[in-house]
Design a protein. Structure first.
Length: 286
Protein backbone atom coordinates (compact mmCIF):
# COMPACT_ATOMS: atom_id res chain seq x y z
CA UNK A 1 0.00 0.00 0.00
CA UNK A 2 1.36 3.37 -0.99
CA UNK A 3 2.18 5.76 1.82
CA UNK A 4 0.24 8.44 -0.07
CA UNK A 5 -2.94 7.59 1.82
CA UNK A 6 -1.68 6.06 5.05
CA UNK A 7 -2.27 7.70 8.41
CA UNK A 8 -1.41 7.22 12.08
CA UNK A 9 -3.72 7.78 15.03
CA UNK A 10 -2.05 8.20 18.43
CA UNK A 11 -4.27 8.29 21.50
CA UNK A 12 -3.81 8.18 25.26
CA UNK A 13 -6.20 8.43 28.19
CA UNK A 14 -7.06 6.85 31.53
CA UNK A 15 -7.42 3.12 30.99
CA UNK A 16 -11.00 1.83 30.88
CA UNK A 17 -13.03 -0.76 28.99
CA UNK A 18 -14.23 -0.39 25.42
CA UNK A 19 -11.60 1.99 24.06
CA UNK A 20 -10.13 -0.31 21.42
CA UNK A 21 -13.54 -1.48 20.27
CA UNK A 22 -14.95 2.01 19.91
CA UNK A 23 -11.88 3.46 18.14
CA UNK A 24 -11.51 0.57 15.69
CA UNK A 25 -15.26 0.60 14.98
CA UNK A 26 -15.06 4.34 14.29
CA UNK A 27 -12.37 3.72 11.68
CA UNK A 28 -14.02 0.64 10.17
CA UNK A 29 -17.37 2.39 9.74
CA UNK A 30 -15.63 5.08 7.73
CA UNK A 31 -14.02 2.67 5.29
CA UNK A 32 -10.63 2.52 6.97
CA UNK A 33 -8.38 -0.54 6.96
CA UNK A 34 -6.13 -0.84 10.03
CA UNK A 35 -2.75 -2.25 8.94
CA UNK A 36 -0.99 -1.91 12.31
CA UNK A 37 -2.38 -1.69 15.83
CA UNK A 38 -0.58 -1.50 19.18
CA UNK A 39 -1.88 -0.81 22.67
CA UNK A 40 -0.56 -0.78 26.23
CA UNK A 41 -1.98 -0.33 29.72
CA UNK A 42 0.49 1.15 32.21
CA UNK A 43 -0.53 -0.39 35.51
CA UNK A 44 1.64 2.08 37.43
CA UNK A 45 0.09 5.25 36.01
CA UNK A 46 -3.29 3.84 35.04
CA UNK A 47 -2.92 5.26 31.54
CA UNK A 48 -3.81 3.63 28.23
CA UNK A 49 -1.82 4.13 25.02
CA UNK A 50 -2.83 3.23 21.48
CA UNK A 51 -1.32 3.63 18.02
CA UNK A 52 -3.17 2.68 14.85
CA UNK A 53 -1.83 2.87 11.32
CA UNK A 54 -4.53 2.79 8.65
CA UNK A 55 -5.60 3.78 5.17
CA UNK A 56 -8.97 4.75 3.74
CA UNK A 57 -10.05 1.79 1.66
CA UNK A 58 -13.60 2.65 0.67
CA UNK A 59 -16.46 5.08 1.18
CA UNK A 60 -16.79 8.81 0.88
CA UNK A 61 -14.82 9.79 3.99
CA UNK A 62 -11.63 11.80 3.60
CA UNK A 63 -8.85 12.34 6.11
CA UNK A 64 -10.22 15.78 7.00
CA UNK A 65 -13.57 14.18 7.81
CA UNK A 66 -11.92 11.77 10.24
CA UNK A 67 -10.14 14.61 12.02
CA UNK A 68 -13.39 16.53 12.37
CA UNK A 69 -15.41 13.56 13.62
CA UNK A 70 -12.92 11.87 15.97
CA UNK A 71 -13.16 14.53 18.75
CA UNK A 72 -16.58 13.11 19.62
CA UNK A 73 -14.90 9.76 20.38
CA UNK A 74 -12.01 11.41 22.20
CA UNK A 75 -14.38 13.35 24.43
CA UNK A 76 -15.94 10.13 25.73
CA UNK A 77 -12.60 9.10 27.23
CA UNK A 78 -11.02 12.53 27.88
CA UNK A 79 -8.44 11.40 25.35
CA UNK A 80 -5.32 13.20 24.13
CA UNK A 81 -4.84 12.35 20.47
CA UNK A 82 -3.35 13.24 17.12
CA UNK A 83 -3.97 11.97 13.61
CA UNK A 84 -1.20 12.49 11.07
CA UNK A 85 -0.26 11.60 7.52
CA UNK A 86 2.45 8.93 7.38
CA UNK A 87 4.30 10.27 4.35
CA UNK A 88 4.53 13.90 5.57
CA UNK A 89 8.21 14.51 6.50
CA UNK A 90 8.63 15.82 10.03
CA UNK A 91 10.18 19.28 9.97
CA UNK A 92 13.34 19.09 12.07
CA UNK A 93 16.08 21.39 13.34
CA UNK A 94 19.40 19.75 14.19
CA UNK A 95 21.65 21.44 16.75
CA UNK A 96 25.39 20.77 16.81
CA UNK A 97 28.62 22.15 18.23
CA UNK A 98 31.94 20.77 16.92
CA UNK A 99 31.43 16.99 16.91
CA UNK A 100 30.09 15.84 13.54
CA UNK A 101 29.51 12.08 13.88
CA UNK A 102 25.84 12.16 14.92
CA UNK A 103 25.03 14.85 12.35
CA UNK A 104 26.84 12.99 9.56
CA UNK A 105 25.00 9.77 10.43
CA UNK A 106 21.59 11.47 10.40
CA UNK A 107 22.34 13.09 7.05
CA UNK A 108 23.41 9.75 5.58
CA UNK A 109 20.28 7.98 6.81
CA UNK A 110 18.14 10.81 5.49
CA UNK A 111 19.74 10.54 2.05
CA UNK A 112 19.14 6.77 2.06
CA UNK A 113 15.48 7.25 2.85
CA UNK A 114 15.67 5.76 6.34
CA UNK A 115 14.36 8.87 8.11
CA UNK A 116 11.15 10.62 7.18
CA UNK A 117 12.11 14.17 8.06
CA UNK A 118 12.88 17.51 6.46
CA UNK A 119 15.79 19.42 7.94
CA UNK A 120 14.63 23.02 8.15
CA UNK A 121 17.99 24.24 9.52
CA UNK A 122 21.13 23.22 11.35
CA UNK A 123 21.85 25.52 14.30
CA UNK A 124 25.26 25.67 15.93
CA UNK A 125 27.11 27.68 18.54
CA UNK A 126 30.28 27.24 16.44
CA UNK A 127 31.11 27.64 12.75
CA UNK A 128 33.21 24.47 12.40
CA UNK A 129 30.53 22.40 10.64
CA UNK A 130 29.22 25.16 8.40
CA UNK A 131 30.99 23.93 5.21
CA UNK A 132 29.66 20.41 5.78
CA UNK A 133 26.09 21.66 6.16
CA UNK A 134 26.05 24.13 3.30
CA UNK A 135 27.59 21.52 1.02
CA UNK A 136 24.37 19.56 1.53
CA UNK A 137 22.28 22.60 0.62
CA UNK A 138 20.93 22.93 4.15
CA UNK A 139 20.43 26.24 5.90
CA UNK A 140 23.12 26.86 8.54
CA UNK A 141 22.46 29.26 11.40
CA UNK A 142 25.24 30.37 13.72
CA UNK A 143 24.05 31.25 17.22
CA UNK A 144 27.14 31.73 19.41
CA UNK A 145 26.31 31.38 23.09
CA UNK A 146 27.84 33.24 26.02
CA UNK A 147 26.69 33.60 29.61
CA UNK A 148 25.43 37.08 28.76
CA UNK A 149 23.47 36.26 25.58
CA UNK A 150 22.27 32.71 26.33
CA UNK A 151 18.59 33.57 26.88
CA UNK A 152 18.50 35.92 23.89
CA UNK A 153 19.92 33.20 21.65
CA UNK A 154 17.38 30.71 22.97
CA UNK A 155 14.64 33.19 22.09
CA UNK A 156 16.11 33.40 18.60
CA UNK A 157 16.08 29.61 18.37
CA UNK A 158 12.38 29.59 19.26
CA UNK A 159 11.79 32.23 16.58
CA UNK A 160 13.47 29.93 14.06
CA UNK A 161 11.36 26.99 15.25
CA UNK A 162 8.20 29.04 14.73
CA UNK A 163 9.34 30.55 11.43
CA UNK A 164 10.08 27.13 9.93
CA UNK A 165 7.11 25.33 11.54
CA UNK A 166 9.62 22.92 13.04
CA UNK A 167 8.13 19.95 14.88
CA UNK A 168 11.29 18.32 16.26
CA UNK A 169 14.63 19.58 17.59
CA UNK A 170 17.53 17.12 17.66
CA UNK A 171 20.57 17.86 19.81
CA UNK A 172 23.24 15.95 17.88
CA UNK A 173 26.05 16.47 20.40
CA UNK A 174 25.12 20.09 21.01
CA UNK A 175 27.41 21.00 23.89
CA UNK A 176 25.26 23.59 25.62
CA UNK A 177 22.85 23.16 28.52
CA UNK A 178 19.39 24.46 27.64
CA UNK A 179 17.60 26.70 30.13
CA UNK A 180 14.64 25.39 32.12
CA UNK A 181 12.35 27.70 30.17
CA UNK A 182 13.47 26.41 26.79
CA UNK A 183 13.23 22.79 27.95
CA UNK A 184 9.60 23.36 28.95
CA UNK A 185 8.74 25.03 25.64
CA UNK A 186 10.29 22.14 23.70
CA UNK A 187 8.86 19.42 25.96
CA UNK A 188 8.23 16.20 24.06
CA UNK A 189 9.75 17.52 20.83
CA UNK A 190 13.47 17.81 21.58
CA UNK A 191 15.77 14.77 21.62
CA UNK A 192 19.26 14.66 23.12
CA UNK A 193 22.02 12.05 23.10
CA UNK A 194 24.62 11.40 25.78
CA UNK A 195 27.01 8.68 26.86
CA UNK A 196 25.92 6.28 29.57
CA UNK A 197 28.31 4.45 31.87
CA UNK A 198 28.23 2.63 35.18
CA UNK A 199 29.54 4.20 37.26
CA UNK A 200 28.59 7.61 35.86
CA UNK A 201 31.35 9.87 34.59
CA UNK A 202 30.45 13.54 34.31
CA UNK A 203 32.45 16.49 33.10
CA UNK A 204 35.32 16.53 30.65
CA UNK A 205 36.60 13.42 28.84
CA UNK A 206 34.12 10.85 30.21
CA UNK A 207 35.59 8.06 28.07
CA UNK A 208 39.05 8.72 29.48
CA UNK A 209 37.59 8.60 32.99
CA UNK A 210 35.91 5.32 32.10
CA UNK A 211 39.21 3.94 30.80
CA UNK A 212 40.97 4.62 34.07
CA UNK A 213 38.19 2.72 35.89
CA UNK A 214 38.37 -0.26 33.56
CA UNK A 215 34.76 -0.24 32.40
CA UNK A 216 33.43 -3.35 30.70
CA UNK A 217 30.42 -1.79 29.02
CA UNK A 218 29.86 1.55 27.31
CA UNK A 219 26.69 2.93 25.85
CA UNK A 220 24.58 5.88 24.84
CA UNK A 221 21.11 7.08 25.74
CA UNK A 222 18.74 9.09 23.54
CA UNK A 223 16.06 10.87 25.53
CA UNK A 224 13.69 13.80 25.51
CA UNK A 225 15.16 17.02 26.83
CA UNK A 226 14.06 18.16 30.28
CA UNK A 227 15.40 20.65 32.82
CA UNK A 228 16.99 17.69 34.64
CA UNK A 229 20.25 17.36 32.73
CA UNK A 230 20.51 14.03 30.87
CA UNK A 231 17.64 12.59 32.90
CA UNK A 232 14.69 13.01 30.52
CA UNK A 233 12.36 10.20 29.39
CA UNK A 234 14.43 7.58 27.57
CA UNK A 235 13.54 6.69 23.98
CA UNK A 236 16.41 4.41 22.95
CA UNK A 237 19.71 3.05 24.31
CA UNK A 238 22.69 1.39 22.66
CA UNK A 239 25.45 -0.60 24.42
CA UNK A 240 28.81 -2.06 23.47
CA UNK A 241 30.91 -4.55 25.48
CA UNK A 242 34.56 -3.48 25.97
CA UNK A 243 37.51 -4.91 27.85
CA UNK A 244 41.00 -4.17 29.17
CA UNK A 245 42.51 -4.05 25.65
CA UNK A 246 40.59 -0.89 24.78
CA UNK A 247 42.63 2.31 24.97
CA UNK A 248 40.92 5.58 25.86
CA UNK A 249 40.95 6.61 22.19
CA UNK A 250 39.37 3.32 21.16
CA UNK A 251 36.64 3.82 23.77
CA UNK A 252 35.97 7.23 22.29
CA UNK A 253 35.66 5.67 18.81
CA UNK A 254 33.30 2.96 20.06
CA UNK A 255 31.35 5.61 21.93
CA UNK A 256 30.77 7.53 18.71
CA UNK A 257 29.19 4.44 17.19
CA UNK A 258 26.84 3.85 20.12
CA UNK A 259 25.81 7.51 20.10
CA UNK A 260 24.98 7.54 16.39
CA UNK A 261 22.99 4.30 16.62
CA UNK A 262 20.95 5.34 19.66
CA UNK A 263 20.19 8.81 18.31
CA UNK A 264 19.22 7.62 14.84
CA UNK A 265 16.87 4.99 16.26
CA UNK A 266 15.27 7.53 18.60
CA UNK A 267 14.75 10.03 15.78
CA UNK A 268 13.26 7.33 13.56
CA UNK A 269 10.86 6.20 16.30
CA UNK A 270 9.76 9.77 16.98
CA UNK A 271 9.28 10.69 13.33
CA UNK A 272 7.19 7.53 12.84
CA UNK A 273 4.95 8.66 15.72
CA UNK A 274 5.78 5.58 17.81
CA UNK A 275 6.69 7.31 21.08
CA UNK A 276 4.35 8.38 23.88
CA UNK A 277 5.36 10.32 26.95
CA UNK A 278 4.28 8.59 30.16
CA UNK A 279 5.42 10.80 33.02
CA UNK A 280 9.21 10.52 33.23
CA UNK A 281 9.32 7.49 30.95
CA UNK A 282 8.10 6.59 27.48
CA UNK A 283 5.91 4.02 25.81
CA UNK A 284 7.49 3.04 22.49
CA UNK A 285 5.64 0.87 19.96
CA UNK A 286 8.41 -0.56 17.76
Amino acid sequence: MSKQNEYVLKATCVAKGGIVSIVTTFLAERGCYISELAQFDDEDSGNFFMRARFHIESGDHQFDDLQKEFPEIAEQFQMSWEMVTVNAPMKTIIMVSKFDHCLADLLYRLQKGELNMEITAVVSNHKDLRPMIEREGIRFIHLPVTKENKLDQEDELLNIVEETSTELVVLARYMQILSDGLCKKLSGRAINIHHSFLPGFKGAKPYHQAHTRGVKLIGATAHYVTSDLDEGPIIEQSVQPVDHTYSADKLVAEGRDTETVALAKAVKLHTEHRVFLDGNKTVVFK
